[in-house]
Write a new protein. Structure first.
Ligand code: FAD
Length: 212
């Protein structure tokens, strides 16, 4: 999967120009207000940045990995918070659906991911499970025809703006083999968000706990 070269040769300079003319001048705003301005987020949606790597059949641009790398080089010229706004949509937040989702899940979620209508976050890390992610403790217990989730996820990028999470929880025994992945709408009853984390840098990025 890749965008044809001719289209990519138009897209890349467009993104370079957006970075130069819209993002770099907004860096002071990031520092002062710790937020990405709403009009910039709208411009990102209009440009298709939320769907850079989502296949065209789901409304994305369908970049290959090497094309995405070239775009990321350019995004590296400005504050990391800008890419972070759509970074979970084109990466960890939705990749699981793309790789392993059912046709129904792909049809339901990926077009909204690509347009930016839906922000997706990836919820793996926990207070006692970081590098050793396979030791996570969040439980998902089957209760009739649904699962009951209990646990706390930590440092979840874009959680304050997420409409859904790709969330890992234990359905079986110890180790990675006992972990399952869930698509969890953010408005599911019982989900609470922690206070936005105060970080030493990366102004404008958002992380917080997700408490189930
Ligand atoms: C800005 C930010 C955004 C994040 N966004 C997300 C997100 O969207 N979703 C999500 O799920 N998580 C997210 N994380 C969490 C991130 O994935 C974890 O911080 C990471 O996995 C490390 O876990 P930890 O912080 O618990 O550190 P620890 O695992 O406690 O590690 C601390 C230190 O010990 C070292 N260490 C650990 N184990 C070993 C070992 N066996 N041998 C040698 N050294 C070791 C590590 O390299 C590290 O230097 C985010 C974190 C940050 C800082």
């Amino acid at each position: 999967m890749a965008l044809d070269q001719e289209s990519f040769d138009i897209l890349l300079p467009t993104i370079q120009r957006f970075i130069r003319e819209r993002l770099v001048p907004a860096e002071n705003h990031l520092e002062e207000h710790d937020e990405v301005p709403a009009d910039i987020i709208q411009d990102m949606k209009d440009m298709g940045l939320f769907g850079l790597t989502v296949p065209e059949e789901y409304g994305g641009i369908g970049l290959s990995v090497s094309q995405e790398v070239l775009v990321n080089y350019e995004l590296g010229r400005t504050a990391t918070a800008f890419r972070s706004v759509f970074g979970t949509n084109i990466g960890i937040g939705s990749q699981g659906i793309l790789m392993d989702g059912t046709p129904e899940q792909k049809a339901e979620y990926l077009p909204k991911v690509a347009s930016g209508e839906l922000i997706m976050s990836f919820a793996l890390t926990e207070p006692d499970a970081g590098t050793d992610a396979a030791s996570l403790k969040t439980r998902a217990d089957l209760d009739g025809d649904h699962y009951v989730l209990n646990g706390t996820k930590r440092y979840i990028t874009n959680a304050p703006r997420a409409g859904a999470f790709t969330l890992m929880a234990r359905t079986g025994g110890p180790g990675a083999g006992g972990v399952s992945s869930f698509i969890l709408p953010a408005n599911t009853p019982g989900i609470k968000l922690g206070k936005k984390d105060k970080k030493m840098g990366q102004r404008g990025t958002m992380t917080c706990d997700v408490i189930l």
